[in-house]
Design a binder for this molecule. Structure first.
Ligand code: NDP
Length: 315
């Protein structure tokens, strides 16, 4: 590794979502003098959502950006060393573990907390950016509440899409599922639930090609049986457009050293952020394909810092 600087720390945290900042708060209070690198999207996924109503301790809705800024300030006030920088490489072959920042700084760490999160996949339409925060979302649990008695669409045919559609159907007046194949990929039990939900209409063999609306989202343009001789363009009027086509865990640089599942989520001990390497912990969405909530990420960040403290006391 061709790096210019070497620095040794007791606790290195990579990522600045709820898991990373909570780990920093706990690690600082445990006198581990943590250094946290913010990563690709400072503040994490919550910075791309609007109102957050389900993070305990906030009786009124709080903007995702504000919540993350509060966490950052809390970690900073306690003394955590928060830095901007992206982890671009890692060598976890031995302790101290080495993480390369911005391809030039080599951080050597006695304990490493990986809290790099996951990124929701988008279709790649320019309109998704245009209506981000005003109709387009990748998290029904976060944003569904704002679509009470409205019409929404969920893109995808997997378990997540079914779960999101069922959740949204408990709030919205109607939920379209936009599915590119002629069948769902979800488990049979989830398929059964969406098929029997009167508020859910499944549009099989439809692909989204555009979104429209004056200020906020008003509808989506779809192609039915795209590329077939009987291809047809249809429009649906919707207030919300939810992506549920999967997430990508940001575990790339660590996969050589740590066990992951097929999708790349880092595998940890049950109910613990411990990985297969002593002193290396994975917290938040990078190790959680199931819950993916800010509060569960924060909880695992707390556990990771406590485990790091215990580990340092034991060596
Ligand atoms: P999946 O990969 O299972 O499903 C993704 C869905 O999105 C598929 O229907 C896929 O279509 C569709 N899709 C992907 N890309 C596009 C695209 N560009 N345009 C349109 N559609 C697209 O992801 P999930 O997030 O649903 O699930 C991930 C894992 O987590 C799975 O193993 C799942 O079983 C599990 N899970 C389990 C839950 C539970 O047990 N309660 C809840 C949620 C998830 P196609 O089928 O055509 O490829």
């Amino acid at each position: 590794m061709n790096t210019r600087t070497n620095e040794r720390v007791r606790c290195l945290i990579i990522g600045s979502g709820p898991a990373g900042y909570t780990a920093a708060i706990y690690a600082t209070r445990a006198n581990l003098s943590p250094v946290l690198y913010e990563g690709m999207q400072p503040g994490g996924q919550l910075t791309s959502t609007t109102h957050v109503e389900n993070f305990p301790g906030h009786p009124d809705p709080i903007m995702g950006v504000q919540l993350m800024d509060n966490l950052k300030q809390q970690a900073s006030r306690l003394g955590a060393d928060l830095r901007s920088g992206i982890a671009t490489g890692a060598d976890l072959s031995q302790s101290p573990y080495r993480v390369i920042i911005n391809e030039e700084i080599c951080m050597e760490a006695d304990t490493l907390i990986i809290a790099t999160g996951a990124s929701a996949k988008y279709l790649g339409l320019p309109d998704e950016q245009k209506y981000a925060g005003s109709g387009v979302s990748a998290c029904a649990t976060c944003d569904g509440f704002f679509y009470r008695k409205k019409v929404v669409a969920v893109v995808g045919g997997g378990d997540t899409a079914c779960e999101e559609a069922i959740y949204l159907a408990s709030l919205a007046s109607k939920v379209y599922m936009i599915v590119r194949k002629n069948k769902l990929r979800a488990s049979m039990v989830m398929q059964d639930r969406v098929f029997h939900n009167p508020r859910i209409e499944i549009l099989f063999e439809h692909n989204t090609v555009g979104l429209f609306g004056e200020q906020a989202l008003e509808g989506a343009r779809l192609l039915k049986r795209q590329g077939m001789p009987d291809e047809e363009e249809v429009s649906i009027a919707i207030d919300g457009f939810f992506l549920a086509i999967g997430h990508t865990p940001n575990s790339g640089i660590f996969r050589e050293w740590l066990a992951t599942d097929e999708a790349g989520y880092i595998l940890t001990d049950p109910n613990s952020p411990r990985t297969g390497l002593p002193g290396v912990f994975a917290a938040g969405d990078v190790a959680d394909s199931r819950y993916r909530q800010a509060i569960t990420a924060a909880a695992s960040g707390c556990k990771a810092a406590m485990e790091a403290d215990r580990y340092l006391l034991s060596v």
